[in-house]
Write a protein that binds this ligand. Structure first.
Ligand code: GAL
Length: 373
């Protein structure tokens, strides 16, 4: 895998050398000759040819992966999902892409945009080649992008999507900035479909209406809004009558999820058929409240989340949780890292890059658990 990715980067770099030369934009050392030489030698000795191509590419890109410096800031280390994400990102950068651990500067944004701005300024001073940023406030993307662009440093935004206007500006102004994430509308739709697939379509008490509690994430991530809207929409599209009993913000946090669910259960009791949670951490809190209230998941109440935390997938296997949606931190972190290197190697990058979600029920829980554990 490592070789394949490196080889791909080299092919890209050497073809860029050719096109630079063709447009007259290359330096005198940047000629198409190394490719021709490599091709000729390939017949006799492929290894030598590959080595030569690698050297030629290195001349153009000037960066060996072990020398690439990356600045990474995560909006908040305490977030369960982003912990899985950042660990995978670090491992992939070092083990698969060949970066040196000490060249990866990873910081906790502590849910404080001012603190994160300082970290970004420090990355610029430290001369990083590229940044991977999980903004505390997605709305600060224009300022951050301008800061990095002036310093000539490309940025890969992750997890908290800047608005569409900002993403378009990167294209219009030729700014090296991109977003890697997942389309939260899809995760919401999958949540609604999981409930709609139940025999009673979510109506546990048979009163003809699916009455639900919505536990929302922090609206700094559009995931909160999209999951809320699309989960209910999918259930309605499947033909269910729905009624919202409670909607409250739990900021992706387990304790807050527990409190919201406990209060709702006290207030509405057996009227509640379904708890929709914008993520699994808050849903785990809700499961505690459900148990404390003496209710039984999949018998008299349903619960769905998003992320596919291992703990939740295990509950699904034991019929103690209805379903979740895998938020593919593996695919997202690998794409973010690959695109960061693509930038360093002078490649072209699309402005928005989405990784698919996967619906998780008892049918595929074992398979998903293998990946997330
Ligand atoms: C979401 C994820 C949440 C939380 C949030 C942070 O995609 O589902 O659990 O990590 O990102 O922005």
């Amino acid at each position: 895998m490592r070789l394949t990715k490196k080889a791909a980067a080299l092919v890209l770099a050497s073809s860029m050398a050719v096109s630079l030369t063709a447009c007259g934009g290359g330096t005198t050392e940047t000629t198409a000759a190394p490719e021709t030489t490599a091709a000729t030698e390939a017949a006799a000795d492929t290894t030598a040819a590959a080595e030569e191509a690698a050297e030629a590419a290195a001349e153009v890109t000037g960066k060996d992966p072990s020398e690439i410096k990356v600045g990474i800031s995560i909006y908040q280390y305490a977030d369960n999902f982003m912990t899985l994400y950042r660990n995978e990102l670090q491992t992939y950068l070092v083990d698969e892409l060949g970066l040196t651990a000490s060249n990866i500067m990873m910081q906790d944004g502590k849910n404080d945009q001012a603190e994160q701005m300082n970290q970004i300024r420090n990355f610029i001073t430290a001369g990083v080649d590229v940044m991977i940023l999980n903004l505390v406030q997605a709305s600060s993307a224009p300022d951050v992008t301008n800061l990095c662009n002036e310093a000539g440093i490309p940025v890969v935004y992750i997890n908290r999507e800047p608005d569409a206007e900002e993403e378009q500006r990167w294209v219009d102004e030729g700014i090296k900035a991109t977003y890697v994430g997942a389309d939260a509308r899809q995760s919401g739709t999958f949540q609604g479909e999981i409930i709609a697939a139940q025999e009673n379509m979510g109506d546990t008490n048979g009163d003809g209406v699916v009455k639900y509690v919505m536990i929302q994430g922090d609206p700094e991530n559009v995931d909160a809004q999209y999951r809320t809207e699309n989960s209910v929409k999918a259930l309605q599209d499947a033909g269910a009558q729905v009624e919202q009993l409670v909607i409250q913000r739990g900021d992706w946090d387990q304790t807050k999820g527990q409190e919201i669910a406990a209060n709702a259960l006290t207030q509405f009791g057996t009227d509640i058929d379904v708890i929709f949670s914008n993520n699994d951490a808050m849903a785990l809190g809700a499961v505690q409240a459900i148990q404390a209230a003496g209710r039984t998941v999949n018998e008299d109440i349903y619960i769905v989340g998003v992320d596919a935390l291992a703990e939740v997938v295990e509950l699904i296997q034991n019929n103690q949780f209805t379903g979740t949606v895998f938020n593919d931190f593996i695919g997202q972190s690998h794409t973010a890292a690959d695109l960061a290197l693509e930038y360093v190697n002078g490649g072209e990058v699309e402005n928005v890059n989405m990784v698919d979600y996967v619906k998780v029920t008892t049918e595929n829980a074992a398979e998903i658990l293998e990946m997330v554990k």
